[in-house]
Design a protein around this ligand. Structure first.
Ligand SMILES: NC(=O)C1=CN([C@@H]2O[C@H](COP(=O)(O)OP(=O)(O)OC[C@H]3O[C@@H](n4cnc5c(N)ncnc54)[C@H](O)[C@@H]3O)[C@@H](O)[C@H]2O)C=CC1
Ligand SMILES: O=C(O)CCC(=O)C(=O)O
Length: 425
């Protein structure tokens, strides 16, 4: 009985293991494309993974040691690139999976990068500004040997922002004895940041959401939308869709969710949210994140954390379109159920690729020392997202595969080819 229970919980853990499910889809994508097994053996794990211990002097005088990671998935195409997450639930496996997803995104939007990702186990909501600066600088010192503008270029992710990027850039510039804006993206504009980077992820999501709505014959104006997460991705997205005439009937943060079938007052919520995307604490009549995802609506956008749509709730999703702004919000079983139910799923590696696309623009501008207007950035981003959506939608139709597998097939090809040309496999 005890053994049965243990086996059940291992099975459950495996279903929520984002690394093993990512590997499964990568393997299937490579098989469908006809690559030999050694290509999968190379791509199933990052080529480099660094674990670091970061001592930080806390405000009470004590020293706290934090654990951080930097994963570099594959650098056959070019330097690796991807965000750094500060979150209490960060794990080594999660960071590895996130780095593989970054490689796939770079392949989908055709950037000269491989994927990288970083994370630190911490809760920045409970840290002072000074402690966060110490942690950010300590992380850069610890990983400095493997990162750099031509090696691996970090960026923001969950609970990190342009201020943290600025501290990290400054620390790297001190080590490098050179001003190095191209070391990191998502910086404040005055330090070489790009117009449009802050809202880029949400803008990219909005573009593919519009394309998906056309395929489903849904008019975004008047559509009822649920957005999970009210941080960088979720809040800009809610604003863009609200301004386009959609009704945002639900939003959430880490503590709960808000629901109004007549549409929430997004401008008011934006005004009241804190820098960690928290807003529900101001209200009494909240619902749970679980209830949020089962609300009556046309479109759902998970824009928070992994494993939100699973075999437990995929049957109860009322929307006809799910657009994944978050990385990994739907499990493999969840994907299967949504696809079987005819729900159009726009997968994370496509939907959220607007962020890294504009990060690439930021890096190009830093390298050339000449800066583009927001209009230039918007137009380039628009072209890339539309083209990527169409390629993946057509691949799904012609190869008779679900949208996630189609996206992996499109995303994995360039790094597989580059690895073969280099003679690695
Ligand atoms: N910031 C970016 O440029 C990009 C972000 N993403 C992905 O989008 C998602 C959201 O990222 P950001 O908006 O940047 O982060 P953020 O830190 O700005 O906001 C995160 C939001 O998720 C909520 N949240 C945190 N833990 C949660 C939990 N356990 N359950 C429910 N909600 C929770 C927070 O309260 C907040 O509203 C992540 O999956 C991230 O990897 C993807 C591509 C680029
Ligand atoms: O902007 C970047 O370089 C990476 C963004 C990121 O971490 C992501 O797309 O998940």
């Amino acid at each position: 009985m005890v053994a049965d229970k243990a086996a059940d919980s291992t099975k459950e853990d495996n279903k929520l293991d984002v690394l093993s499910s990512t590997r499964t889809v990568v393997k299937t994508a490579l098989e469908k494309l006809g690559y030999p097994d050694e290509v999968f053996e190379l791509l199933k794990d990052p080529i480099r993974m660094m674990t670091v211990r970061i001592p930080v002097r806390m405000d009470d005088g004590s020293i706290k040691i934090f654990t951080g990671y930097r994963a570099q998935h594959n650098d056959a195409v070019g330097p690796t690139k991807g965000g750094v997450r500060f979150h209490p639930d960060v794990t080594e496996k999660e960071v590895k999976a996130l780095s593989i997803w970054m490689s796939l995104k770079a392949g989908i939007v055709n950037l000269p990068y491989g994927g990288g990702k970083g994370g630190i186990i911490c809760d920045p909501r409970e840290m002072s500004f000074r402690e966060l600066e110490g942690l950010s600088r300590g992380y850069v010192r610890a990983i400095s040997q493997i990162v750099g503008p031509t090696k691996d270029i970090p960026a923001p992710d969950v609970f990190t922002n342009s201020q943290i990027m600025a501290w990290m850039m400054d620390e790297y510039s001190r080590i490098d004895e050179f001003n190095s804006p191209g070391f990191i993206t998502g910086k404040p504009i005055v330090l070489g940041g790009s117009h449009g980077r802050e809202s880029a992820t949400a803008k990219g999501v909005t573009i593919v959401l519009n394309e998906a709505a056309k395929k489903k014959g849904i008019d975004v104006k008047g559509a009822r939308v649920v957005v999970q997460g009210f941080g960088n991705a979720g809040s800009f997205l809610s604003k863009f869709l609200h301004d386009a005439g959609a009704k945002i009937v639900g939003i959430s943060d880490a503590y709960g969710a808000l629901h109004d079938p007549d549409g929430l007052d997004i401008d008011y919520l934006l005004d009241r949210r804190d820098s960690f995307g928290t807003v529900t604490k101001l209200f009494n009549n909240t619902i749970s994140n679980k209830e949020l995802l089962e609300l009556d609506c046309d479109i759902i956008v998970p824009a928070a954390v992994e494993n939100q749509i699973t075999e437990e709730n995929a049957h109860n999703i009322k929307a006809s379109i799910v657009v994944e702004a978050a990385n990994g919000p739907t499990t493999m079983e969840g994907t299967k159920i949504l696809t079987e139910r005819g729900i159009l799923l726009v997968p994370d590696v496509l939907a959220s690729a607007g962020g890294v696309t504009v990060s690439y623009f930021e890096w190009v501008q830093n390298n050339q020392g000449y800066y583009w207007s927001e209009e230039d950035i918007d137009q380039k981003l628009h072209e890339i997202m539309i083209k990527s959506f169409n390629t993946i939608f057509e691949t799904a139709e012609t190869r008779r595969v679900d949208m996630r597998l189609a996206a992996y097939m499109v995303g994995v090809r360039k790094m597989a080819e580059a690895s073969r040309f280099r003679g690695w496999v």
